[in-house]
Design a protein around this ligand. Structure first.
Ligand code: AMP
Length: 180
């Protein structure tokens, strides 16, 4: 029998040496373009929180927006965009973070979350965890109560899940790939 994990894994495309040599890029555009796989991924991500009061989903630009928007709809929650610096028009809070391949800064609007609000953080993939750690710190700085951080893909060898768990964040992932 095909498991949910098998069907999601089959819908993800792997591109070797992108964006630079040695990286196996896990491309979810094929999953997003597959109606059954997209729905299944969203259903699996929200499943544990059905019936729970979640105030907002915070999605990390850009693939976290596509997953997070659908999750917010499913959970009747609001949506918070966490964006690369300079993209948001109102007052922001900003944090620098390290990536598997580089350094960058991310921002969210100061008024995007109210103290005590229950928030689920989402992105397509967790690698070193630098991106999600930055987003966690931003959200907490504004008083968010992070219920969980969700990812379709985990690269456990890069240690991101452990990094978030060490910050006291519950991590939910659907598929693992060895290596990076
Ligand atoms: P990190 O901060 O190292 O956990 O990297 C996670 C972010 O980089 C996510 O937004 C991912 O979309 C992207 N990313 C990192 N590694 C990969 C990979 N091997 N394939 C696809 N996306 C990746």
């Amino acid at each position: 029998m095909t498991t949910v994990t098998d069907s999601l894994r089959a819908a993800i495309r792997t591109i070797p040496d992108y964006p630079k040599p040695g990286i196996l890029f896990r491309d979810i555009t094929t999953l997003l373009g597959n109606p059954q796989a997209y729905r299944r991924a969203i259903d699996e991500l929200v499943h544990p929180y059905a019936g729970t009061k979640i105030d907002k989903i915070a999605g990390i630009e850009a693939r976290g927006f596509i997953l997070g928007g659908a999750m917010a709809h499913q959970l009747s929650a609001g949506f918070i965009p966490i964006r690369k610096k300079g993209k948001l028009p109102h007052e922001t809070v900003r944090i620098a973070y390290s990536l598997e391949y580089g350094l960058d800064e991310m921002e969210m609007h100061k008024d995007a979350v109210q103290p005590g609000e229950k928030v689920i953080l989402v992105d397509d993939l967790i690698a070193t965890g630098g991106t999600a750690e930055g987003a966690t710190k931003l959200l907490r700085q504004m008083g968010a109560d992070i219920v969980a951080a969700c990812f379709v893909i985990d690269l456990p060898d890069l240690g991101g899940r452990k990094k978030l768990e060490a910050l006291g964040v519950t991590v939910r992932t659907l598929i693992e790939y060895e290596g990076h």
